[in-house]
Design a binder for this molecule. Structure first.
Ligand SMILES: Nc1ncnc2c1ncn2[C@@H]1O[C@H](COP(=O)(O)OP(=O)(O)OP(=O)(O)O)[C@@H](O)[C@H]1O
Ligand SMILES: [Mg+2]
Length: 426
């Protein structure tokens, strides 16, 4: 593919779309979705479509949105940067989240977990990558609301793996208008660009609805959710800022993420997941500065960690973190979380999650039992997928379970003995 940049610089743009990418590029609908299995070429297609528009329309402001800044940096922007010809990208302004091209076009990138940052700007193009991972359509709606740049295409594309029957299904299937276009892709459609054996390996590991979603890119309902009671009523935008006690749950990983969840416990034992550390491919030592920061920021008194990783617990202890081997009774832990999700007599549940904990919220929507599970076996375990935050949460909540509030007559004691919210005694 050839192109010409301003000043007549010839650009050698090497792109051979796979057949599904080709169909996606051909559509001129105002709202286009490339809904595909993992590694089906979604991000690559979105990046090329966006780059070609930026070249074709000098001065275009393209808004690029991903669920979080780590996803933006590690996938969406990396893919985009790899295909932008060197002479075209003249400035990267990290603080303003803006890249400038030599033809006057701009890339403005934002994270969906900070939807306020998508206010008050003008754009002529929107590319939303992996946005099905976000539980609401807020970022998408805000993004398309910015498409008012005069003389520009003012169209939007979304490239994502589906995540059950969510807002994306409503937007592009049940409530689709003639302005909507959807192309579905299977991982297999991108076979030519993937390593040998990649697809076969996943086909052996996945099954049922999960296979249909992850490899075939289909919208599927998840009958076997572990926490079907989790709902938007558990997600809070604004959380209390002071707690008598803050603990953390820790699940260790390497290819899988290491997760640390700080959890505030109020006087009634209600739990608030305040934040999340969710990082793949880092050792516990690499993550220690972030963990220390979290500890100081939330005044975390104890970190309840996966008891099978004693060596990592020890490393945390040596770094001055109060790491404790957690109770790993899976079935009791699942029941503890489930019971906290149920509404109490006052109409409120006993577990809330901050809206900023994108990965944890996603896991609540994905953590499930195998499709072929025996409904008669109460000891059935969930699948070992989307279970990292879920495990960290379980460790923390099981470990504070015994510390419920004693009856009133047992807690009458001099005021001097009450712990202050800052962890000191008055
Ligand atoms: N048309 C193409 N030509 C060459 N390589 C391609 C093409 N399309 C995709 N690829 C390559 O295939 C791999 C997967 O593509 P991409 O990252 O776009 O998939 P994805 O569906 O976004 O994956 P994920 O599910 O991880 O987000 C990447 O290595 C990408 O460079
Ligand atoms: Mg991708």
């Amino acid at each position: 593919m050839q192109g010409t940049a301003p000043g007549g610089i010839a650009l050698n743009l090497e792109y051979r779309p796979n057949p599904k990418q080709e169909l996606f590029h051909r559509s001129t609908a105002r709202y286009r979705a490339f809904i595909g299995g993992i590694r089906s070429g979604k991000t690559y297609a979105g990046a090329w479509e966006t780059l070609l528009e930026l070249i074709k329309h000098p001065g275009l402001k393209a808004l690029v949105v991903s669920p979080t800044y780590p996803i933006l940096n590690e996938s969406t922007l990396t893919t985009l940067e790899a295909i932008i010809p060197e002479q075209l990208l003249i400035e990267k302004h990290e603080q303003k989240h803006k890249w400038k091209l030599s033809n006057g076009s701009e890339i403005l990138y934002r994270s969906a977990d900070d939807p306020d940052s998508i206010r008050g700007m003008e754009a002529g193009w929107l590319w939303a990558d992996e946005l099905a991972r976000v539980r609401t359509d807020e970022a998408w709606k805000r993004g398309i609301g910015r498409l008012s740049q005069r003389g520009m295409p003012c169209r939007a594309i979304i490239t994502t793996t589906p995540r059950g029957m969510t807002w994306l299904y409503d937007e592009f299937v049940s409530n689709a208008t003639p302005e909507h276009f959807l192309i579905g892709a299977r991982t297999d459609d991108n076979r030519g660009n993937l390593p040998g054996g990649f697809i076969e390996n996943l086909e052996r590991q996945y099954s049922g609805a999960f296979l249909q979603q992850e490899l075939y890119g289909q919208f599927v309902g998840f009958e076997g959710l572990v926490y079907p009671d989790f709902s938007p009523s558990h997600i809070l935008e604004v959380l209390p800022t002071r707690f008598p006690r803050v603990i953390a749950g820790v699940d260790f990983g390497m290819t899988n993420p290491t997760v640390v969840l700080p959890i505030g416990l109020d006087i009634d034992g209600r739990a608030y997941v305040l934040d999340e550390l969710y990082q793949c491919n880092h050792t516990i030592n690499d993550l220690m500065p972030q963990i220390q920061q979290m500890k100081a920021r939330y005044n975390i008194s104890a970190f309840y960690a996966d008891p099978s990783s004693n060596d990592l617990i020890e490393i945390m202890r040596r770094a001055g973190i109060n790491a404790v081997a957690a109770n790993n009774d899976i079935l009791a832990g699942l029941m503890e979380v489930q019971s906290r999700l149920k509404k109490q007599a006052d109409g409120r549940p006993r577990l809330f999650v901050s809206k900023r904990c994108m990965n944890t919220l996603e896991e609540f929507g994905q953590y499930r039992y195998a499709d072929n599970r025996s409904t008669t076996n109460p000891n059935e375990r969930p699948m070992k997928l989307f279970d990292h935050s879920m495990d960290a949460l379980r460790y923390a909540l099981m470990s504070c379970k015994t510390r419920t509030r004693p009856p009133m007559h047992l807690i009458i004691k001099p005021a001097s003995q009450y712990p202050s919210p800052y962890g000191r005694k008055f």
